[in-house]
Design a protein around this ligand. Structure first.
Ligand SMILES: Cc1cc2nc3c(=O)[nH]c(=O)nc-3n(C[C@H](O)[C@H](O)[C@H](O)COP(=O)(O)O)c2cc1C
Length: 363
């Protein structure tokens, strides 16, 4: 059975190890969605990951609802990403862009309009604004005439990602963001062909994935789902039929890999009593499956050995351990990520986490 430290084919990419950096929003971009030099340093520090999945990147201003988060909808942003991808490549790494639309999680003061969603709902989570947290706003249901424009924003952002030097893209369909607001039944009350049945709720994800796969190739397209439990107020009453159908649909498109964020009942950071859906989804998806959530504590090797996972993605462990691959290989102690600096704008808690080498140099 493969170990974490063996290579793996993920569509067009062959990654040198199976320790993947999970997507992590860090709010170090400018207010107009431009990546910054500090971000280039941060990602290059983490280039020994088998693959870096970038932080969520807005496909449009409408979809870039968090503060100080980057975008990929205009030329200036494409140019500003180039030093980031170059830095990772020069350090020997690979990086793909997570393409995101925050939907109802946005706020009009950040995105310049009323937030959109599948239906008129209000997120239970406060919105991020440049004046601090504000009560979430009632969302405006997207009209059917708006879907072609939405789909075009994803395929344009995907092409922009490749032009900016990314090695591929990931469609963010997890964590209560726009696509998840369509997928799951507590946020989607539509009566048209985008709501109701599992097939209808999957329609937007299918159309977006097909469009992105056409734009950059299915072998450079991945998808992230969070099939078990609630995030950002979004949840489903019956996840297994929905997410096994999603797995079959994505298998048919032939994406490079599927990543699942699955909290567990004993989670310290994220917790849910809804069982992990990966064992059921695995039977419907023949491509590479990347599993996530608190694996630095759990037995990643057991999930590789059983064939459930082909690779593991790590979030907070990569925030605090730029050299995570080496630490896992050498069974060295891991540093803890500091929550207070997850979304602050400075270098503190961002580019200043030491490697084992840094520690030796100080000792
Ligand atoms: C600071 C922070 C930012 C995050 N940003 C994103 C994001 O932009 N996109 C996404 O899909 N998940 C995001 N997540 C979720 C992580 O990718 C991951 O699923 C979560 O941290 C659990 O994995 P871990 O236990 O390895 O940290 C974020 C998590 C944290 C802690």
């Amino acid at each position: 059975m493969p170990t974490l430290f063996e290579p793996l084919a993920l569509g067009a990419l062959t990654v040198p190890n199976r320790v993947i950096m999970a997507p992590l929003t860090r709010s170090r971009a400018t207010r107009d969605g431009m990546p910054t030099p500090m971000m280039a340093e941060y990602y290059a520090q983490r280039a020994s990951a088998g693959l870096i999945i970038s932080e969520a990147i807005g496909v449009s201003r409408q979809g870039n609802g968090f503060t100080y988060t980057p975008g990929l909808w205009n030329e200036a942003q494409v140019d500003a990403w180039k030093p980031v991808t170059r830095g990772v490549h020069e350090a020997g790494g690979l990086i793909i862009a997570q393409l995101a639309h925050t939907g109802r999680a946005g706020h009009h003061t950040v995105i310049g309009e009323q937030p959109v969603s599948s239906s008129a709902t209000v997120s239970p989570v406060a919105a991020w604004t440049y004046d601090g947290p504000k009560p979430a706003e009632m969302s405006r249901p997207l009209r059917v005439e708006e879907f072609p424009g939405l789909v075009a924003s994803y395929s344009r952002a995907a092409k922009n990602a490749i032009a900016a030097g990314f090695d591929g893209v990931q469609i963010h369909a997890a964590n209560g963001m726009l696509i998840d607001q369509f997928l799951r039944d507590n946020s989607n009350a539509r009566a048209d062909e985008y709501g109701g049945s599992v097939e209808n709720r999957l329609r937007l994800l299918r159309q977006l994935t097909q469009a992105v796969a056409e734009a950059v190739g299915p072998d450079r397209t991945s998808v992230r789902l969070s099939p078990n439990g609630e995030t950002w107020g979004v949840d489903d009453s019956d996840p297994t039929p929905l997410f096994t159908a999603a797995a079959s649909m994505l298998d048919a498109i032939g994406i490079a890999f599927l990543e699942l964020k699955e909290p567990r009942p004993d989670g310290r950071f994220l917790k849910t009593d809804v069982p992990r859906q990966s064992p059921m989804m695995r039977r419907h998806f023949r491509g590479a499956l990347v599993l996530n959530c608190e694996y630095e504590r759990a037995d990643h090797q057991a999930d590789l050995d059983s064939g459930l996972a082909d690779a593991i993605s790590y979030g907070r462990a990569f925030i605090a351990n730029p050299d995570l691959v080496r630490r896992l290989r050498e069974r060295a102690p891991l540093s803890e990520a500091q929550q207070e600096t997850f979304y602050t704008q400075g270098a503190e808690g961002y580019t200043d986490y030491p490697t084992l080498e840094d520690r030796k140099a100080v000792a």
